[in-house]
Design a protein around this ligand. Sequence first.
Ligand code: GLN
Length: 485
Amino acid sequence: MFDLPLSALAARLRDRKVSSEELTRLFLGRIARLDPGLNAFITVDEDKALASARAADARLAAGKAEALTGIPIAHKDLFCAKGWKTTCGSRMLADFVSPYDAHVVEQFDRAGAVLVGKANMDEFAMGSSNENSFFGPARNPWDTTRVPGGSSGGSAAAVAARLVPAATGTDTGGSIRQPASHTGTAGIRPTYGAVSRYGMVAFASSLDQGGALGKSAEDLALMLNVMAGFDERDSTSIERPKEDYARDLAKPLAGLRVGLPKQYFTADLSADVAACVNAAIAELGRLGATTVEVSLPNQALAVPVYYVIAPAEASSNLSRFDGVRYGHRASGYADLDDMYRKSRAEGFGAEVQRRILVGTYVLSHGYYDAYYLQAQKVRRLIARDFTEAFRDCDVIAGPAAPAVAFPIGAKSSDPVQMYLEDLYTISVNLAGLPGLSVPCGFGAGGLPVGLQVIGRHFDEARMLNVAHQFQQATDWHRRRPPGID
Ligand code: GLN
């Protein structure tokens, strides 16, 4: 039962073949047994989970269930959840108990989903491996000596090991798609503005977007149906009619035009990943799609531009952590300035401090025009490249990560190598576009590889259609890590 898709779990709950309490106990038992070796969770709360499972059972009995009522889920630990520790993977917030719910958390509560725990992540969502977590690295269930990717590494590991059927994540530069690729799970980052950022601890506000991880495209559609939608408390939330993201899943792919950016298929892409992605594209061809080469001429500038803009926004967003209002405060200090300095030096890890320094520098008088403003101009060009490419195609396909998951520690001493993990995902964030990754094979060492599908703004239903049709013809998404049973 732990392996079933969300729709099958929902049917069993509705038909009273299993209660939400039984289902929740099943997953809590798996967490107790398997998570000590994975560290996918920062917090698990059995009492809270069982209480909401019982509430879901009452709702199911009353015939008032929705699609996800009674289904256990996890939230990445940067979604504020009332009464839950919300650490953001940081010592700064290690003891912070949120007094309110994020919009996303509210939406899942309203739908009757059962929150079992908060998933591990890179500190403040900065990272590609989960190694930057104050709570220790999460491990990849396919090979526990390797990273699950990041920053939503805990969510991805939890879904891959079937510790929960689905989880939320956020993607500022690739943090849903890259860990999905590394763990053989499915993950979607929706269009910027589709999911409210209210109550999501801010990293880089113009790039951050909440999304979901699950086993299949269909699962992702059901998750988005709950989490997406207008929220007036987020000024960048877009007011559009509610949509059913599952509406086009069954559509045949005949006539679909798939764009292949020539800048994605170069020597930067490892051969094993390229082989899997090319085979997946050939499969889309068998399903009726045609392919066309497209060009994203400014692709090489995406990582450098991101590492100006994201730290700039982070340095501003993280200024609120001053030891005064909430978060870590140093125990001894000489005066107010010393308290700020010590609290921030102790509360933030090395990568977060590096970003604050870089961000403060690029925003400072004399450098603002040369770095920040210049980066904003190139960001516009990167977005324009996609607009041009989408004249010739309906979706873009390519890799989600340049290689399979790497060993823990392999890139920790070289930040630039770590930053290059997001070579194929970051430009999507800079352009505000939606992107997803679904499993499409196994590369070196038998480790999972993801196929990335990128769509036009608000074209999630079509991307999910493409991914679902691919999953009807293949079974990569049904493979489980060895020893995970
Ligand atoms: N790996 C990228 C970074 O470190 C992206 C992280 C994210 O998407 N949150 O910033």
